[in-house]
Design a protein. Structure first.
Length: 127
């Protein structure tokens, strides 16, 4: 997977890195049990500080996307707690929907967008 960081973005680099890895998992570019690059290797490849990569990996571990093994490094290991995941999704979607409503985006547009995005990810889970 190619990780692209936008250094001009207002979004923190570690957040971008987390999001890119989560997208990689959702699109099967990273699979359960697969090892992520070492902190040093990824930092050098992207051109960012090792502490930034370390922070991203720690957050991914806290959120249940990876496990950190002293010998093998960061490994994709999904903590599948559906109830917790639904709660998190609800919380995050509430803010996204509030923003959309404030900008005049209607229910039908949101439904179409969600269906389109979900269909894109679903294609990867049916491989």
């Amino acid at each position: 997977m190619i990780i692209e960081i936008d250094f001009n973005s207002d979004e923190a680099i570690y957040v971008q890195l987390c999001n890119q890895i989560i997208l990689g998992i959702a699109t099967s570019q990273f699979r359960e049990g697969e090892q992520l690059p070492s902190v040093r290797q990824l930092a050098e490849t992207i051109g960012i500080n090792m502490h930034t990569v370390n922070k991203a990996y720690s957050i991914l571990q806290q959120e249940g996307f990876v496990k950190i093994d002293r010998r093998r490094g960061a490994i994709i290991a999904l903590d599948i707690n559906k109830l917790k995941a639904l709660k998190e999704a609800r919380s995050e979607l509430a803010v996204v929907l509030a923003r959309a409503i404030c900008k005049g985006i209607g229910r039908d547009d949101i439904h179409s967008l969600v269906d389109e995005l979900y269909d894109n990810y679903e294609a990867y889970t049916n491989l």
